[in-house]
Design a protein around this ligand. Structure first.
Ligand code: ATP
Length: 352
């Protein structure tokens, strides 16, 4: 039997209900509710201090909530100690045992659970193969690169066939290229094993590119949980709109018919807009044409697209994305006109 056709310990449903955790007067989790479907990869994303790490530590059993439930397939695991929770965890910093080889690291949990030596060896080899390191079992952590160490840590986390995989910024210490490769690798493995996974990251590109759904947290609560495309295209709140991707806040007014008037264009409005005096528009929702009252103040090249920074006639600074072949015409100082494309916009809240 191989790891991949092992009896399914996968497909576990996770439900988080009313989690609250305080540290003195600091409220790290303030009634967090979240559902993770069997086999889903959910990313927890949010500004620093929003409670992501605390949430993950509560799931792992390293932190006890003041109140609330963590239900794994309906069973509340809050009273269950960390080492009996059936969760695998990968941390940000390489947390391998330095005096054990890669294979021994992978087999460590199995040894604790008194799995027979021959079976431990077979499974450790299988897992190292699974994470792309079939020939590295005999190496010590200091003989492995950062990316390889995280692969070993991943194999170790999977060794006991956990019901829940918890990843705490596992890629943040790695350099850009390794990071992107390992990102794809983790996702491939997670899909292959069908293991329910919660991933904490600071990096929204990472969250949006890897996750089935992303939970955006704010102040210890859930702000919105949705697929990456939904979060980007239909943010539920002005906070999510501004937090995910780049967003322009452009002054405008609400016409009596409820539509927005922004830079001389009338646009439909999504969501509540009463009293709005500014609207949110993505850089790719702005067109730039030659001549006019606005001024290009800079640009950055991103391959297929180029981002122009433009100062509008009223002094507002905006970012507009253009195909690079079109943006070439607009150098710093060029007089241009910025106009929104006719797409629905959100009203900017106080917080945006
Ligand atoms: P970051 O992205 O910066 O890692 P985070 O979203 O993971 O932040 P947490 O680490 O969960 O946030 O912290 C949430 C809040 O709880 C913060 O205000 C933090 O200062 C506080 N906090 C977390 N752990 C402790 C602790 N052990 N003692 C006191 N306060 C804590």
């Amino acid at each position: 039997m191989t790891i991949t056709d092992a009896p399914a310990r996968t497909g576990t449903a996770l439900r988080i209900r009313g989690l609250r955790r305080t540290f003195g007067s600091a409220v790290a989790l303030d009634g967090l509710d979240l559902d993770v479907a069997p086999g889903e990869l959910l990313a927890l994303l949010g500004p620093s201090g929003c409670g992501k790490t605390t949430a993950l530590r509560v799931l792992a059993g390293f932190e006890r909530p003041d109140s609330g439930q963590v239900l794994l397939d309906g069973e509340d695991i809050v009273p269950v100690p960390a080492n009996r929770r059936d969760t695998g965890m990968v941390f940000q910093s390489y947390s391998l045992f330095p005096h054990l080889t890669a294979a021994e690291n992978v087999a460590f949990g199995m040894r604790m659970r008194k799995v027979a030596a021959a079976e431990r060896r077979t499974r450790a080899a299988e897992l190292l193969q699974l994470v792309g390191l079939p020939d590295h079992g005999g190496r010590y952590p200091h003989q492995l690169s950062g990316g390889q160490q995280q692969r070993v840590a991943l194999a170790r986390a999977l060794a006991l066939r956990p019901r829940l995989l918890l990843l705490d910024e596992p890629l943040s210490a790695l350099d850009a290229q390794v990071r992107v490769n390992l990102r794809e690798e983790i996702r491939r493995l997670q899909l292959e094993l069908g293991i329910t996974t919660v991933f904490v990251t600071h990096d929204q590109e990472e969250a949006l590119s890897m996750a089935d759904r992303v939970a955006v947290m704010r102040g210890g609560r859930l702000e919105q949980c949705a697929t990456p495309a939904e979060l980007y295209d239909r943010p539920a709140t002005a906070f999510v709109a501004s937090f995910i991707g780049t967003m322009n806040r452009i002054p405008g007014r609400l016409a009596p018919d409820g539509q927005a008037e922004v830079l001389g264009v009338t646009l439909p409005v999504d969501g509540p807009a009463a009293g709005a005096t500014a609207f949110l528009l993505r850089p790719e929702a702005l067109d730039v044409t030659a001549d006019g009252p606005d001024t290009v103040i800079g640009s950055s090249f991103h391959g297929a697209s180029t981002r122009l920074r433009v100062r509008l006639a009223d002094g507002t600074e905006v970012k507009a994305d253009l195909p690079s072949h079109a943006a070439g015409a607009f150098g710093a100082g060029a007089a241009v006109t910025v106009r929104p494309q006719r797409r629905p916009v959100l009203a900017a809240g106080e917080e945006a």
